[in-house]
Design a binder for this molecule. Structure first.
Ligand SMILES: Cc1cc2nc3c(=O)[nH]c(=O)nc-3n(C[C@H](O)[C@H](O)[C@H](O)COP(=O)(O)OP(=O)(O)OC[C@H]3O[C@@H](n4cnc5c(N)ncnc54)[C@H](O)[C@@H]3O)c2cc1C
Length: 434
């Protein structure tokens, strides 16, 4: 008798934790476990802003799959198609061609990609921050702009090189803007010819507040911190269009700038569209056991699961906190479908979020308690250390943070990431790290 094949697609929080749970819930004779992902690691994305700010090396937050999975076969490849009736996948192995793979149980955890509205110029010129390649590229790009500003003979060109626009004041945009701006301020002593007053960081959002995920009080606290550091925050506005050296806001302001970081939310990757199933805000609608159809489950950013604790009747937000826990529930539910254990519903009350603003500043709302300053900082750092799934990553992140307390992070452009690999198009095609 052949064993049933359980295939997990995606190695983010949901996929990795689903596979890990399956390893524990099923015996080796119960099923063959296969995880297919474009990357050979889990990217701990909550710390991407620290990579962009040069405070952590990219490898610190790449958790290799072999460090957390022991019995699952892993395959680095891109899934281009799912046939729900024939129960097969089309799997692309880079230049080495494609193959069809059969499955008996399927777990889809393909996460999300940066959402780009049809705003002219964004897809071509804006930078994203969803992958390690993008974070590393952003770091190099920002340092390069300071070099180019220093070399500029024209004042307008110098000012444009020293202007950085961040679109989206959610946690990804606000944390990154705060941390990378701080890096540039600290870099200015390397460039005595650059006028500090010309360094300009502009954070824009169409909403009326920053960090809406953390509530109005902490949003205001974060706003005070970043404004006191010289960040220009423009709320109730966004980008109308952009070119490689000019950004036009919806209020008519024109900002000459060569850098736009675009963090205005996420949408599932093309594979989800390809399924042609009912979606809410692009996410596939699943039931309370995170089931799509018989034998297929979806979790994490790609899944729209109704949040029973939300008074507004919304879906669970696309966060790592939910993706990881949903992965565990899916693992158990797949095992139950193979006769091991009992299926369960996904129910999780949000534990709150943390946002590191660089230096000693942070805001956090663990279990609904609003914190700012040093207590928030300690909670933020402690939370990430606990949440990192592998001891080796925890140790290295912790030691980098300790060294950062006594020594300024090394700021150097390594040029290892090509602009194409860090583009929003590469994110969608799954080729950034594929
Ligand atoms: C900058 C930033 C900061 C964040 N901060 C926080 C935070 O502080 N707290 C929090 O809770 N959340 C945070 N998040 C959100 C969190 O990272 C996501 O909600 C979480 O990663 C979603 O997990 P996932 O498993 O659904 O998808 P992902 O982690 O995105 O993983 C998806 C996986 O699927 C793979 N994949 C995609 N398509 C294919 C395909 N066709 N074939 C094969 N493989 C494929 C990808 O390579 C990847 O391995 C942050 C996100 C960002 C970008």
């Amino acid at each position: 008798m052949t064993r049933p094949r359980v295939v997990v697609v995606g190695s983010g929080f949901a996929g990795t934790f689903a596979a890990r749970t399956l390893e524990r819930a099923l015996g080796p004779e119960d099923a063959d476990l296969l995880l297919i992902s474009a990357t050979d690691h889990l990217c701990y994305s909550p710390l991407l802003p620290e990579v962009a700010a040069g405070r952590l090396d990219p490898r610190r937050i790449a958790v290799p799959l072999h460090a957390v999975l022991h019995r699952t076969r892993t395959m680095q490849a891109v899934v281009d198609g799912v046939d729900l009736e024939a129960r097969t996948l089309t799997v692309r192995h880079g230049d080495a061609g494609s193959e069809h793979l059969a499955w008996d149980r399927l777990v889809l955890t393909v996460g999300s990609v940066t959402r780009t509205f049809p705003t002219p110029g964004v897809a071509e010129h804006a930078l994203g921050l969803k992958t390690l390649a993008e974070a590393q590229y952003l770091h190099d790009h920002v340092l390069r702009q300071l070099e180019l500003a220093d070399a500029a003979t024209d004042e307008d060109e110098r000012r444009a090189r020293m202007t950085f626009v961040v679109v989206g004041a959610g946690y990804a945009g606000t944390e990154t803007a705060a941390q990378v701006q701080r890096m540039t301020v600290r870099q200015l002593d390397r460039f005595p010819r650059l006028p500090a007053a010309e360094l300009r960081w502009v954070l824009v959002d169409s909403a009326e507040r920053v960090l809406p995920e953390l509530g109005p009080r902490l949003g205001r606290a974060a706003l005070r911190v970043i404004r006191s550091r010289g960040m220009e925050v423009r709320l109730g506005t966004t980008i109308a269009r952009m070119t490689g050296d000019r950004v036009t806001l919806t209020d008519g302001t024109v900002l000459p700038a060569h850098t736009v970081l675009w963090t205005v939310g996420v949408t599932p990757p093309p594979l989800v569209e390809q399924l042609g199933l009912p979606v809410t805000r692009g996410r596939v609608r699943v039931d309370e056991q995170l089931r799509l159809v018989e034998g297929v489950w979806v979790a994490g950013d790609a899944a729209a699961a109704r949040d029973p604790f939300s008074s507004a009747g919304t879906d669970y937000p696309p966060t790592a906190q939910h993706a990881q826990r949903q992965g565990v529930v899916i693992g158990r539910n797949v095992a139950a479908s193979l006769g091991r254990g009992r299926a369960r519903r996904y129910r999780h009350r949000d534990l709150g979020l943390v946002a590191d603003l660089g230096g000693t500043a942070a805001v956090a709302r663990p279990v609904r308690i609003p914190l700012t300053g040093l207590p928030a900082k300690l909670v933020t750092k402690g939370y990430h250390l606990m949440a990192l799934p592998a001891a080796a990553n925890r140790l290295r992140v912790g030691s980098d943070w300790a060294v950062n307390l006594v020594s300024r992070p090394i700021a150097a452009q390594l040029g290892l990431v090509d602009r194409r690999a860090a583009s929003l198009t590469a994110e969608r095609l799954g080729v950034a790290e594929g």
